[in-house]
Unconditional design. Structure first.
Length: 504
């Protein structure tokens, strides 16, 4: 699965952009809610701070007194614990710097608490020096507010006002915006559920349209429409937690699972063929002609190597701007609107090879080789062999009843002289609908039975066909000749060339 788009996150705060006194104001704002203060004094602002950037006093608990107590002996309500808050805007403070700063604390008259605030990352040695020196001076509580601690405090909802005041950022506003985005995505998902159905597997047509397009349905308004479509009819394959999967490409392909080699041709996209009935006659005929040329090359590959290259794309719910559930008279089906970039409106792509309904993931050890040409030309005319071939009665019944495996097997020379592309008749095969049942040979090979079965997608079915056609059980070490074919119906005409049409 491809990697999702990077989400927008809050980057590091630029404390260094704050002027020193402004950074001191920031720390003081954060300190207001740190303790239950009686007062906080910005002593550093005066220019004569005697080593105190910020001085604060905690509230004293209300004294309990008896009537006989001397008022002068009771603690004054303004005489709470004193705190010293030292602010440094340096980008780096090492252990020696910390010891130098802490040395300003008067050991004879230490504050109750001490905070060192600086937009830097402190090392363990710096923390240790900080604690050791302050403890030796008699300070009871002491804390370091480094870069991480300052950012953590600023990200708290209660400090969102401070974050906005000093940096112009409001996480509360972002959360409100995010809430709106989530609600919109949920509404989009539920609307799609109603329009195309629910679940991980679907087969429902949708028209995906560019939100910025203003010429729909007139594609002629865009000279580059074929290369860069502003709307495209696609099939929804199913829902994903983040959006909907759409079938976007399906190409004829080749794969050798043993050698880890593959190739595909993009001349014909079968995802376009699925909707060809909506094309005009000229475009539909051109597509069918190209497709036939590709098939005429692809079908002569070994059947075990014939594959499809499939690509699905994810359209996120959050990227869908609007949904028209009913569509219009041109496309009477759901229309989905999204912003198209150079790669379309999609957030990710997933591709694989498909062989007989089985998905083969293209891992990194697969190598793409050259199998298909850039352009396909008309293939040579088929050669109709006048002599017919003989098969056993059960195989003939299987061929007539469409129960055959599509391969003739032999351990002798019974099919000697038959070549690829030959169209051969079958002895005893009655005509159907006035046409003669023939077989065109698409591939010929020779291999040990065991190796051949390892390549087969239906080994049990093919092994039974081998025994039936050869007339006896065959061991895995026995070499067999195999002739893959396609069924053909042909109408003979003595005056005109044979008309050969592939089976639908």
């Amino acid at each position: 699965m491809a990697t999702p788009r990077t989400t927008k996150t809050l980057g590091p705060l630029h404390f260094e952009d704050l002027e020193p006194h402004r950074f001191e104001d920031l720390v003081r704002e954060l300190a207001y809610d740190y303790k239950d203060w009686q007062s906080i004094e910005a002593t550093g602002r005066s220019g004569s701070d005697e080593g105190w950037d910020i001085r604060a006093f905690e509230k004293s608990p209300a004294p309990e007194s008896d009537a006989d107590d001397d008022p002068e002996e009771l603690p004054h309500p303004m005489e709470g614990n004193a705190w010293m808050i030292q602010v440094k805007r340096e980008k780096s403070l090492g252990p020696s710097d910390v010891k130098r700063i802490v040395a300003e604390v008067d050991a004879k008259n230490p504050p109750y608490g001490y905070i060192l605030a600086a937009p830097t990352n402190f090392s363990k040695k710096s923390y240790d020096a900080f604690r050791t020196d302050l403890r030796s001076k008699g300070v009871r509580e002491f804390y370091i507010w480094g870069r991480a601690e300052l950012e953590d405090m600023l990200h708290l909802p209660k400090n969102d006002r401070i974050l906005f005041t000093f940096f112009g950022i409001s996480l509360v506003s972002r959360r409100r915006s995010r809430t709106a985005d989530v609600k919109a995505a949920i509404a989009t998902k539920n609307k799609l559920y109603r329009a195309i159905g629910e679940g991980p597997e679907l087969h429902k047509e949708v028209l995906v349209r560019d939100l910025s397009d203003s010429h729909y349905p007139y594609s002629s308004q865009y000279p580059d429409f074929k290369e860069r479509r502003r709307w495209r009819l696609l099939t929804a394959a199913g829902h994903h937690p983040l959006g909907i999967f759409l079938h976007v490409h399906r190409y004829y392909a080749y794969v050798d699972l043993k050698k880890k080699e593959w190739d595909c041709t993009e001349v014909v996209d079968l995802c376009d063929d699925e909707h060809s009935e909506r094309q005009n006659d000229e475009d539909r005929l051109a597509f069918q002609n190209k497709q036939q040329l590709v098939i005429d090359a692809w079908k002569f590959l070994p059947r075990a190597r014939q594959a499809m290259f499939v690509m699905d794309a994810l359209l996120r719910y959050t990227d869908i701007a609007a949904i028209d559930e009913k569509g219009d008279v041109f496309y009477n089906l759901p229309h989905v609107f999204a912003e198209f970039g150079k790669q379309g409106p999609f957030a990710g792509w997933w591709d694989w090879l498909e062989i007989g309904g089985e998905k083969i993931q293209l891992s990194r050890d697969f190598k793409r080789i050259k199998i298909f040409p850039k352009e396909f030309v008309t293939t040579p005319n088929v050669r109709v062999v006048k002599t017919s071939i003989s098969v056993d009665e059960q195989t003939l019944r299987d061929i007539e009843g469409y129960k055959d495996v599509g391969v003739l097997y032999a351990t002798d020379g019974r099919y000697k002289g038959v070549k690829v592309r030959d169209v051969v008749a079958i002895q005893g095969a009655p005509p159907k609908f006035g046409q003669e049942l023939l077989l065109q040979i698409t591939h010929i090979g020779r291999a040990k039975l065991g190796e051949y079965m390892n390549d087969s997608r239906e080994a049990f079915k093919h092994r039974r066909a081998v025994q039936q056609q050869v007339g006896k059980a065959v061991g895995d070490d026995v070499r067999i000749n195999y002739f893959e074919y396609e069924r053909y119906y042909m109408k003979r005409n003595d005056e005109e060339p044979f008309v050969v049409a592939p089976e639908e």
